[in-house]
Design a protein around this ligand. Sequence first.
Ligand code: XMP
Length: 486
Amino acid sequence: MAEAGFRSRVRDTDVAVTFRDLILLPGWTEVEPSQVDISTQATKSHRINVPFISSPMDTVTESEMAVAIARLGGLGILHRNCTVEEEVEMARKVKRAEALVIKDVITIASAETVKYAMDLMQKHNISGLPVVEAEKLVGIVTGRDVRFADPSLLTKDVMTKKVVTAPSDTKIEEAKELLHKHRVEKLPLVDKEGRLKGLITIKDILQRGRFPNAARDEQGQLLCGAAVSPFDLKRAKKLSEIVDVLVIDVSHFHNANVFSATRKIIEEVDVDVVVGSIGTYKAAEDALTKLEGVAGFRVGIGSGSICTTMESTKAGSPTAYATAQVADVVKTYGAKTPIIADGGIRGPGDAAVALSLGASCVMIGNLFARCREAPGTLIAIGGRYYKQYRGMGSPSAMAKRFSLDRYAMPSKGIPEGVEGWVPFKGETSVVIQEMSAGLQASMGYAGARTIPDLWDKAHLASITESGSEEARPHDVLLPSESPERV
Ligand code: XMP
């Protein structure tokens, strides 16, 4: 660049296209939208059933959203704008929400009071506790045993001592039979010495039937990811014992210090590590060649609906442009590293474009922040409901100490995000349903049966500003501008 002179910096610029500049050209198709399979790789070792991942933001993903989205087939990435203990607790909640065999069983000692047992059940929203002494199962105490009992009694005074148990390797079908035969709701699994090894509950068996499309780990628990700073090895190690995916959460990954800190994390943890945010070919190439064991790329800088990075710094890489860059690196090196296109997705069409450019899935903040399961506050403005949504680099989010290293005020001196409201949408299932149906329709137009098929078959075209205008409803009086179209 320098030899070619400064004029070439103007003359030879790349066009950093955005989702708004591109459309998907309809192609020859032999597939109906309902036949389109949108399951995909979220990371190298984890598959999800819909290609949607919720952003690690404190108005988007805490345990409730992570549970909801995993049950619907996607993946939630817990935010890190909290203490390590809080993030660990969120992750535990997701993992405990459902499991065929609960390994991390909450137990009680027989000398604890009934009051303590009641508090424990309420805190974890469970209806019973195995009673354990020196690792051995000595009884079980359920809501029914304690409901009207004197709270100062001891657990051993109210517990059921004759517990129906099964060996640790019991299959679900056998467990179902035992639960039915003995008319009990919980089946503790024990080894030959009577030590508690797990728990199977009716509730979990029923849940599994209710969410057949859920994204699960090998134990049948919901898949879960968590964001960590590259400089917080302690947090990464703790979370890696619980979650399936760690996301290195920095706004600019192509940075020497970030690379060395991430290398250490990848070496020390035993789960898939996604790195980002990545914006250029060179950043992805360096990440692929200089770091061993990257399990996914989070791609796009500055396109998020709450971002002001590009506005204030002029630095950034729109998600559509960045995805194509990174996808070429993956292709050139024959790597199987999935790309998560992150930021600026306003609907299924944008997701279809991101996937056409080589992404495996998309990460979304805005559309999920609108849902009941997102943590932001719900407020009414002029008779309509809205939810709070803020950038993790917004002044108020930065005021919480853990966002300081992502968009560090002391070093940068400016906020890189805003805080506002998005229209309330209702349940997350509505967003997933609309996004899935829309994406299947787009892929049907492109003639693609699966996401890898779309990588091969998609043809995109650029659209002019007047074309974008024509693409929206025009020359017609609409009843009222819907808040959905913000
Ligand atoms: P959407 O468009 O879904 O984008 O709202 C969500 C993504 O935006 C990124 N993010 C930020 N980017 N300043 C930024 O420049 C911020 O304060 C900020 N907070 C979130 C992040 O990648 C997220 O997934």
